[in-house]
Design a protein around this ligand. Structure first.
Ligand code: XBP
Ligand code: MG
Length: 265
């Protein structure tokens, strides 16, 4: 009887909430960064974001429009556009989004290991799916359609993206928004992230979080993560555990996700 009561009170995995950039796919270095540079060139700006500079820029500022404005302020403070700054950033960002979608359509940015497998396993087991990203909605949708097919949009109950909430990660708003739409407590959901900003956002929303690092984020502090991996892994491509406890698993699956949610740190 006691065991039954304890079980009733335990959190149960009901939904996985995925970040997009850096988590579903390594989109930043060869996707977003290149698209920003193309938009600058088309606009006649001599701005150029190198691989190293972009590492600092994404760490300092989430969101493309916000990143453009922060870069102008710190690197070109005397540059004054023809329009007000907000309009300037919005127009440049629109151009960048179009370039980014073209890059995605070229099919050069694949999903990270284990992502497709985990999504399919979740659907088979009745685990609900959601997206919580800082990126513009068009970018998230284009990535899903290009890598998983047009039908994949229907796999996700919520695709929360970009300006849908006023404060971007590391603020918890985007995750709180997703939880509200799912109508689930944070304790029944697991977030998958790749960056410290994303982890903080999920953590502040009360979510247990698994981090899969990438070259841009591997040096960051993930103290609040339940588990830190190099990637989600596949049966024939095991992950490396960087922090936390993965039992005897060699790839991340729903069984491991259930264990994390049932016994949060
Ligand atoms: C990552 C971001 C985004 C992208 C660029 O979002 O911070 O700003 O770098 O996309 P996440 P936009 O990791 O939350 O998916 O230019 O559309 O903002
Ligand atoms: Mg990310």
């Amino acid at each position: 009887m006691r065991t039954v009561l304890l079980r009733l009170g335990m959190a149960q995995l009901r939904a996985l909430i995925f970040d997009v950039d850096g988590t579903l796919a390594d989109t930043e270095r060869d996707g977003h960064r290149v698209a920003f540079n193309q938009a600058f060139a088309i606009s006649g700006l001599d701005w150029q974001w190198s691989i190293d500079l972009y590492r600092d820029l994404i760490e300092q500022t989430a969101g493309g429009k916000e990143r453009i404005l922060a870069y102008r302020e710190h690197h070109h403070p005397t540059f004054t556009p023809d329009t007000d700054l907000k309009t300037f950033a919005a127009q440049l960002h629109q151009l960048k989004t179009a370039q980014y979608k073209r890059l995605l359509m070229a099919g050069t940015i694949p999903l990270r290991p284990g992502v497709q497998r985990l999504l399919k396993e979740a659907l088979e087991q009745g685990i609900r799916l959601a997206i919580a990203t800082t990126s513009a909605p068009a970018n998230a949708i284009a990535l899903l359609e290009q890598t998983l097919g047009k039908n994949s949009l229907s796999w996700f109950e919520v695709i929360a993206a970009g300006d849908i909430v006023p404060a971007k990660k590391p603020a918890p708003d985007i995750y709180q928004y997703v939880l509200q739409i799912l109508d689930l407590p944070a304790s029944d959901c697991l977030a998958i992230e790749d960056s410290q900003q994303g982890l903080l956002a999920a953590h502040l929303a009360g979510l247990s979080t698994v981090v899969t690092v990438n070259p841009y984020t591997q040096h960051q502090d993930f103290a609040q993560a339940a588990l830190v991996l190099d990637h989600l892994g596949e049966p024939d491509c095991p992950f490396t555990v960087l922090a936390g406890e993965a039992k005897d698993a060699t790839y991340f699956d729903i069984a491991l996700a259930r264990t994390i949610v049932a016994s949060p740190a």
